[in-house]
Ligand binder design. Structure first.
Ligand SMILES: C[S@@+](CC[C@H](N)C(=O)[O-])C[C@H]1O[C@@H](n2cnc3c(N)ncnc32)[C@H](O)[C@@H]1O
Length: 378
């Protein structure tokens, strides 16, 4: 195999952010709902897993075909070159989903795909008994959409949001992939100040620091495909070298995370230390109304409480008013707030320059963006 077709899966609303990241790595993309598809050499698998900050996972497309009967599904699956991917002792659980398709029984589709692959591999590897399935894991998915079957293999293992630095968390932590996207959707550059005044366990500030020093988000974890024989070790080694070469540990950063809850500040600090960013981010226990801004041209990025629990609405409205009061005297700062609170602009006291619909898990939110009037020479 020379090239593979890869699919970087993305949360709804983040497809274009993921697509930009993949393009930055040097690959041409096609964007569909929830996914970014691209042809790439095998070396892209380590690179994408290590570098993509906003994708959920990276999957390999093994085959795509029309299937309206179980026979078709079986034969077309069996015709694919599984021995190129799965080793003799490989373990390959199959999950599935089906939407608007004649083959709607997902457990049956999974069982048929499994049987077809077992039949093929037994023949290719000359195995007469049961397949051992004691080796590396290859998680497969059969996805049926309008009678088209797509077979993919997950290269990531744990989702890419699991960076490996989160040793603690608060009540409603942002996924690391979403936090990175919130930073990447701004024009923040590492030499501008950045504050998250609702930092909780520190995800936005930590992701910003990783971005600021160009540290690959996956540097601290492992991936399922590291155990696959068809991805030569050399590619992982080269990707690890690239990660080291591209990191800019000398980049100075001015990043502050603050929160009303002292316990969360301690957790945020522990997470930053785990990420190796211990002395790069300043953490402070502080209410948003006491926020003290001493410089210009900064970026405030925050994920405040949404007030979705009964009775919380007034308290949350008050927090937004306090934020608006503080930021009114800092017009050079840009403000970015992710919330599901519908009257945010009214409480904050200003119409957003731009709004973007995003899903924080299953919660529909808006990302309110206020562009600061930059002061030259600052
Ligand atoms: C949705 S959580 C933020 C989660 C965070 N993004 C993370 O990844 O862990 C909202 C945070 O706002 C904090 N908070 C609530 N009221 C506040 C106030 N008046 N001033 C500052 N922080 C406040 C809460 O303690 C909570 O940690």
């Amino acid at each position: 195999m020379q090239n593979v077709t890869l699919i970087a899966t993305a949360a709804m609303g983040l497809e274009s952010v993921v697509a930009n990241e993949v393009k930055q790595l040097g690959y041409d993309v096609t964007v569909e709902n929830g996914k970014v598809i691209f042809e790439a050499p095998i070396s892209a698998i380590p690179r994408c897993n290590l570098w993509l900050r906003t994708a959920d996972r990276v999957r390999v497309l093994v085959g795509k075909f029309k299937a309206t009967t179980f026979d078709e599904l079986f034969e077309s699956t069996k015709a694919l070159p599984w021995e190129d991917y799965i080793s003799e002792d490989g373990m390959f659980p199959v999950t599935g989903k089906s939407l608007n398709s004649k083959l709607y029984s997902v457990p049956d589709c999974q069982a048929i795909v499994k049987k077809a692959i077992v039949d093929r591999l037994k023949l290719k590897y000359g195995i007469a008994t049961k397949m051992p399935e004691t080796g590396a894991t290859y998680k497969l998915e059969i996805a049926l959409l309008k009678d088209v079957a797509t077979l993919t293999m997950d290269t990531s293992g744990a989702g890419l949001h699991k960076r490996g630095y989160r040793v603690g968390q608060g009540e409603a932590p942002l996924k690391e992939t979403m936090a990175a996207a919130l930073v990447m959707l701004t024009n923040w550059k590492p030499d501008y100040p950045l504050i998250d005044p609702f930092c909780g366990s520190g995800t936005i500030a930590i992701e910003a620091a990783l971005i600021g020093q160009n540290i690959a988000p996956g540097f601290n974890r492992e991936f399922a495909s590291q155990d696959w024989k068809w991805i030569r070790n050399k590619y992982w080694e080269e990707a690890a070298e690239e990660v080291e070469d591209k990191a800019n540990y000398d980049q100075k950063l001015d990043i502050i995370g603050s929160d009303i809850d002292y316990n969360l500040i301690k957790i945020a600090n522990d997470n930053a230390i785990e990420a190796g960013l211990g002395d790069l981010i300043s953490w402070k226990q502080m209410q948003v109304r006491d926020l003290f801004i001493r410089n210009e041209n900064g970026y405030l990025i925050g994920n405040p409480p949404y007030g979705q629990r009964l009775g919380d609405e007034d308290a949350v409205a008050e927090i937004y008013r306090e934020l608006g009061n503080v930021m009114r005297s800092h017009p050079s700062w840009s403000v970015y707030i992710l919330t599901a609170f519908e009257n945010f602009e009214k409480q904050f006291g200003k119409k957003a320059t731009k709004k973007r619909k995003l899903f924080n898990g299953f919660i529909r939110t808006d990302y309110y963006q206020y562009f600061g009037t930059k002061i030259k020479g600052e």
